[in-house]
Design a protein around this ligand. Structure first.
Ligand code: XIL
Length: 455
């Protein structure tokens, strides 16, 4: 089999359209040259965390509180910098099911709607946890609690069905010594975690299902090994699990261990995505922020980083000033260290190895206004690929992009985005020029999106 001479850094599988191009031989590959292939290494360094992470197909997220959505300094900053959102408290059990089987999605929906109206994806957090349980759940045990957990997962996931990128199905279920944490949920039987995951997969097969915990950053720590062994066991027995979240709270006395990348790559080697889900660092040490970012970008399946709040004043550990923006919304030194690491990856990603897919939809649709949108290939990974879009003929354009199901648009940069659905994106200029991009999770369908440009 012919393989690309310079494979993308992280691709291990050649997409069908690339195989087609390769099989057709060099001459027809050249004949496809009408589509300009833009090397991402030629693009300028990105100026926001979300855009910088997107250059390597990753996201950069934050925790958002519904109660702060009327603070325009907060929302402006968050919308500018991030492209993934976790509700800080609004999708937890006590928030969504305050009385048994009476659900309240108001605050969770506020966070969700704010995120998607700003072109961001959402991580759900969290469905089964010993903490932040409503009073009625705290007092349940045995079969009644097991059934209540199942009902909670089913109802909450039904509400957000098809809308979220990830769900933290189970949070913080281990002790520091690697054994299971005692809790009312654990007392229902050791299988409660796998029951939660199986229930979750049945409730929404579109969302990636994660186990999330803190103090699982140091590879040689007993708790890390305990969680690792559970995930390995789940994978070997077919219990549905797609991702592991390392909360990465390097606050309250902990710091980034020197073997952090080993931990990330070891989890990833089990066949799960890994994400840093709740990052904060005491006094926002620049070296620790660089190190944790570098460890993530060095591992192909480390899909993104979420910091646990926007400004220091928003942090649950505000006394440690652990975030990337100060209380006035100014960028801190740690912000630049993170951005630089993300840009160093984006800038060194090799260009795609071939021209456009043979099966692609027309790359330039007849303009219905007096503008034209041209799509170029970007980086390719196993599960997703980037496209760069350049609009000519107008500076006040609207581009509608449609991807074929089951593909999904999972990230954008350099546009103001609205999302009628995961398959349809409406893009408008955000003041950063006329070249912008998307990351598409192909889910098996590599056909490029169609675009129409109107003015
Ligand atoms: C924290 C929130 O930030 C606080 O506002 C809340 O009072 C307590 O929970 N691990 C988690 C998060 O998974 O949900 C926690 O968030 C922080 C630790």
């Amino acid at each position: 089999m012919i393989t690309p001479s310079a494979p993308p850094r992280r691709a291990t599988k050649v997409p069908r359209w690339v195989r087609g191009v390769l099989a057709a031989g060099a001459a027809s590959t050249l004949a496809l040259g009408a589509v300009a292939v833009v090397s991402s290494s030629a693009s300028a360094a990105a100026s926001t965390l979300g855009a910088a992470a997107a250059q390597s197909g990753r996201y950069f997220g934050t925790a958002i509180s519904a109660g702060k959505l009327n603070d325009s300094a907060y929302t402006t900053l968050a919308a500018r910098e991030f492209n993934m959102v976790t509700a800080e408290n609004e999708m937890k059990i006590d928030a969504t099911e305050p009385s048994q089987n009476q659900f309240n999605f108001g605050p969770g929906d506020q966070v969700y709607n704010w995120a998607v109206s700003h072109g961001m994806q959402v991580r759900g957090h969290t469905l089964a946890w010993h903490s932040q349980q409503p009073g009625w759940m705290q007092s349940l045990s045995g079969t009644a609690l097991r059934n209540a957990m199942i009902n909670h997962i089913q109802k909450v996931m039904a509400h957000y069905q098809g809308k979220l990128a990830y769900w933290d199905v189970v949070n913080e279920a281990f002790n520091e010594d690697g054994s299971r944490r005692q809790s009312n949920l654990q007392a229902t039987g050791n299988d409660w975690i796998e029951v939660a995951f199986r229930t979750a997969r049945a409730a929404d097969s579109s969302v990636k299902l994660c186990y999330n915990d803190y103090n699982i950053d140091n590879w040689s720590y007993a708790k890390t090994q305990g969680v690792y062994n559970m995930v390995r066991d789940f994978k070997s027995r077919g219990v549905p699990i797609d991702c592991v979240g390392l909360q990465a709270h390097f606050t309250g006395g902990s710091s980034v261990p020197s073997n952090f990348q080993t931990t990330i790559s070891s989890f990833a080697a089990l066949g799960v995505d890994v994400a840093l889900t709740e990052v904060d660092v005491t006094n926002a040490s620049t070296s620790q922020y660089s190190a944790l970012t570098q460890a993530c970008v060095n591992v192909a399946r480390c899909v993104g980083i979420t910091v646990w709040g926007v400004r220091d004043s928003d942090s649950w550990r505000s006394g440690e000033s652990p975030l990337l923006f100060d209380g006035s919304g100014n960028k801190k030194a740690a912000y630049n260290s993170v951005l630089n690491v993300l840009n160093s990856v984006g800038g060194s990603t090799p260009p795609p190895t071939t021209a456009a897919p043979t099966t692609a939809a027309p790359t330039t649709n007849p303009p219905t206004g007096n503008c034209t949108a041209t799509i170029s290939a970007g980086s390719i990974w196993n599960d997703r690929y980037n496209l760069s879009i350049t609009v000519t003929g107008s500076t006040t354009w609207t581009v509608t992009m449609t991807v074929p199901t089951p593909a999904k648009i999972i990230a954008t940069w350099n546009i103001t985005a609205t999302w009628p659905s995961s398959q349809v994106l409406i893009a408008k200029p955000n003041g950063n020029g006329n070249t912008w991009g998307v990351t598409i999770q192909h889910n098996g369908n590599w056909t490029w999106p169609t675009v129409t440009c109107t003015t």
